[in-house]
Design a protein around this ligand. Structure first.
Ligand SMILES: Nc1ncnc2c1ncn2[C@@H]1O[C@H](COP(=O)(O)OP(=O)(O)OP(=O)(O)O)[C@@H](O)[C@H]1O
Ligand SMILES: [Mg+2]
Length: 249
C-alpha cells in the first residue's frame, strides 16, 4: 500500500470584494498505507478543506499531495469521500446505491454483485436491499454510504464527520463496524471528527489542528490495544490531554 504525503499545503480563500481567509497554513503530514488517522480541531480550522484538497475537489494555494512520491494527478480515483450529510441517491434503493458507482467504474456484473452483497452484509443491512433512503434511519443511511464507499475499493477513504449527526449508541455501533471492516480490508482512512472519544477509540494516530489559520498543532500516536476500553485510565488521560491542546490552540 502506498503512503499519502501531504506536503506543505497552504489554502487561502478569496471572497469578493476583499475578504481573505487562510484556511490552511503549511500543513504537512505523512499517512502510511493502511493507517487509520483521525483529524480533530475546532470548527473552521480547515478539516473539510484538507479532505477536499486530498480528494482533488479543491486545489491548494501551494503545496502538493502525493502518493508515495507520485504527482497529484496520479491520485485520480485513489480516494473516496464520505460526507457528514447523507449523500445517497434518494431515488435509488440500497442495492442500486452501492452498485451504481461500481457500474460507473466498469466492474463486470458478477463481480459488482458479489462486492455489493459482501459490503451490504458487512454493514449489517442484508434484507434492506430494496429499501429507499427515506425508508431508513440516519444510522442505516450512513451504513449504506460506508458500504458504497468501501465496495468502490478506494486506496484511501476520507470521512468527514460521518457519524456527527447520530446518537451516541448508534455512533458507537458504527465505529465498531468501521473498525471491523478496516481490520479486514486494511484501507488507509482519514477520519475527521469533533468527538475526542471517537478519535481515540478509532485511530492509530490523532492529528490535532489549531485554528486561524489551520495548522497541525500536535500529533499523538494511540497504542492502546483494540477493542479499546473507553473507561480505561489511559483512555481518559489521552482524552484530557487532547482537550487541553484544543483549548490552548
Ligand atoms: N469555498 C470557500 N470560500 C471561502 N471560504 C471558505 C470556503 N470553504 C471554506 N472556507 C473557509 O475556510 C475555513 C475552513 O473551513 P472548513 O470548512 O475547512 O472548516 P472545518 O474545519 O471543516 O469546520 P467544521 O468543523 O465546522 O466542519 C473557514 O474559515 C471557512 O469559512
Ligand atoms: Mg468541516
Amino acid at each position: 500500500m502506498r503512503d499519502l504525503i501531504i506536503d506543505s499545503i497552504d489554502k487561502v480563500f478569496f471572497t469578493p470584494p476583499d475578504r481573505e481567509v487562510t484556511a490552511l497554513e503549511n500543513v504537512s503530514l505523512r499517512v502510511a498505507g493502511g493507517e487509520f488517522v483521525s483529524l480533530i480541531g475546532s470548527t473552521g480550522c480547515g478539516k473539510t478543506t484538507l479532505l477536499r484538497i486530498i480528494a482533488g475537489l479543491e486545489s491548494p494555494s501551494s503545496g502538493r499531495i502525493l502518493l508515495d512520491g507520485y504527482q497529484a494527478g496520479d491520485m485520480n480515483g485513489a480516494c473516496t469521500l464520505v460526507f457528514q450529510q447523507y449523500s445517497l441517491f434518494p431515488w435509488l434503493n440500497v442495492w442500486r446505491n452501492v452498485v451504481f458507482p461500481l457500474e460507473m467504474k466498469g466492474i463486470p456484473k458478477a463481480e459488482r454483485t458479489a462486492l455489493a452483497k459482501e459490503y451490504i452484509e458487512l454493514v449489517g443491512l442484508s434484507g434492506f436491499e430494496s429499501a429507499k433512503p427515506y425508508e431508513l434511519s440516519g444510522g442505516m443511511q450512513q451504513r449504506v454510504a460506508i458500504a458504497r464507499a468501501l465496495a468502490y475499493d478506494p486506496e484511501i477513504l476520507l470521512m468527514d464527520e460521518p457519524f456527527g449527526a447520530l446518537d451516541e449508541r448508534t455512533r458507537h455501533r458504527l465505529q465498531g463496524i468501521l473498525l471491523k471492516i478496516w481490520q479486514k480490508k486494511r484501507k488507509t482512512i482519514i477520519f475527521v471528527t469533533h468527538n475526542i472519544d471517537e478519535a481515540i477509540y478509532l485511530a492509530d494516530r490523532i492529528i490535532v489542528m489549531s485554528t486561524e489559520p489551520g495548522r497541525v498543532a500536535e500529533e499523538l500516536r494511540i497504542t492502546l490495544p483494540r477493542p479499546r476500553n473507553r473507561l480505561a485510565e489511559e483512555f481518559t488521560e489521552i482524552h484530557l490531554k487532547i482537550r487541553n491542546i484544543l483549548e490552548s490552540s
